[in-house]
Design a protein around this ligand. Structure first.
Ligand code: ASP
Length: 321
C-alpha cells in the first residue's frame, strides 16, 4: 500500500520550550524551537520524506487566541482536502490543548486523523518527553482506521471530547475521566480500547474563517459565598453568553443563580456545567438553565461560542436576503 503523507503543524508550547539548563524542567520559555528543528531531533521519523511540516504559530498555549485557532483550522482544512495526506499531527502546549482539540473537532469534523500532541518538559530537558510523544502521535495518525481529533500524551490516546489536563507537572498530565482513553501506543503500535470517537456536528470550518468578531462568552464558577456581582459586571460589558461551572450536579448558589436568571431573561445565553472533573450533569426537570450535555466548562464555552457564531451567520444571511 502506498504510504501517504503526514502533515506536522507546529503551534508552540512546552514541547518547543527552551530552558537555560538541561536540569530545569519548569523554568523555561515555551514556544522557542521551530517545528523543523523539533523534527530534526527525531531522525527515525523524518528520514522517510513522507512529512510536510509547517509552523502555524509559536505561542505558549496559555495565551491561545481565536486568531490562532482560525489560522490553524484553515490549515487543517487545507491539508485534509489533499488526497495525498493521510492525517495531521499538531504540536501544541498542554495548557489549552483540550480546548483546541474540541474546537478543531467541532469545526472540522475530520474523517481523517488530526492528532494533537505536546510535552510537559521543554525541548532542552535532559530527558524531554516531546520526541516520544511526537512518535506516538505519528503512529496514531498512521493507523488505517484513525479518524477525528484525538490527543496523544505519555502513550495514551484521548478523544477531543473527553480529554482534560489534570496535572500541572507529571508527564502523564491528561485524563479522559470516566469515559476512559481511546487507546494506548506501545512501541509504535496502537492498542485500541474503544471505537474511534464519532465526529460531532458543528459549524462548518469555512464559516470560522469569516468571523470578524468572536462572540464574548465567559465562565463563572460556583463556590461558597458566590454572588451575582461578576455576572452583572459581565452583562454590563455586553457579554453574549455565560457558562457556569456549577458545584456537584450543576448546583448554583441562590444569589449567583438569581443573577444568571436575570441575565438569561435579558437575552444572554446561559449554560450550566459542573466543576467536577468526572461524570456529567444529570438533568432535573424544571431546571431553568440548560446543561452542557457532558461538556466541561471550557468546552461548553467553545460550544456556546460556535453556536452564537452560527446564529450570527444565519441572521446576517437573512438580513442580506
Ligand atoms: N504553558 C505551556 C503551554 O501550554 C505548558 C505546556 O505546554 O506544557 O504552552
Amino acid at each position: 500500500m502506498k504510504h501517504r503523507k503526514l502533515v506536522i503543524l507546529g503551534t508552540g508550547g512546552t514541547i518547543a520550550g527552551k530552558a537555560d539548563h538541561a536540569a530545569d524542567n519548569i523554568g523555561y520559555t515555551a514556544a522557542k524551537v521551530g517545528i523543523d528543528q523539533l523534527l530534526a531531533a527525531i531522525p527515525a521519523l523524518t528520514g522517510s520524506g513522507l512529512f510536510i511540516s509547517e509552523q502555524v504559530s509559536q505561542v505558549d498555549s496559555k495565551d491561545m487566541s481565536f486568531d490562532v485557532w482560525a489560522q490553524l483550522a484553515a490549515r487543517v482544512r487545507h491539508f485534509l482536502a489533499d488526497d495525498d495526506v493521510q492525517g495531521i499531527v499538531i504540536t501544541h502546549g498542554t495548557d489549552t490543548l483540550e480546548e483546541t482539540a474540541y474546537f478543531l473537532q467541532s469545526v472540522c469534523q475530520p474523517a481523517k486523523p488530526v492528532v494533537l500532541t505536546c510535552a510537559m518538559r521543554p525541548a532542552t530537558a535532559l530527558a524531554p518527553d516531546g520526541p516520544q510523544n511526537v512518535m506516538d502521535a505519528v503512529a496514531v495518525a498512521r493507523h488505517p482506521e484513525a479518524c477525528g481529533v484525538v490527543a496523544v500524551c505519555a502513550g495514551t490516546v484521548h478523544s477531543a471530547l473527553d480529554v482534560q489536563k489534570v496535572h500541572p507537572y507529571k508527564l502523564d498530565a491528561f485524563s479522559s475521566g470516566d469515559a476512559g482513553p481511546v487507546g494506548y501506543v506501545e512501541e509504535g503500535r496502537l492498542r485500541l480500547l474503544r471505537n474511534w470517537p464519532f465526529p460531532q456536528t458543528g459549524i462548518a470550518c469555512a464559516a470560522i474563517e469569516k468571523v470578524a468578531t468572536w462572540p464574548r462568552v465567559e465562565i463563572v464558577m460556583n463556590y461558597a459565598g458566590a454572588s451575582a456581582l461578576m455576572v452583572q459586571a459581565l452583562v454590563d460589558q455586553g457579554v453574549r453568553g455565560l457558562v457556569v461551572a456549577g458545584t456537584g450536579n450543576g448546583t448554583i448558589h441562590e444569589d449567583l443563580q438569581a443573577g444568571l436568571l436575570r441575565a438569561q431573561a435579558s437575552g444572554v445565553r446561559i449554560v450550566r456545567s459542573t466543576r467536577c472533573l468526572e461524570g456529567r450533569i444529570l438533568p432535573l426537570s424544571g431546571n431553568a438553565i440548560a446543561d452542557s450535555q457532558g461538556l466541561s466548562p471550557v468546552k461548553a464555552r467553545i460550544a456556546l461560542m460556535l453556536d452564537l457564531v452560527a446564529q450570527d451567520a444565519t441572521s446576517s444571511a437573512v438580513g442580506q436576503a
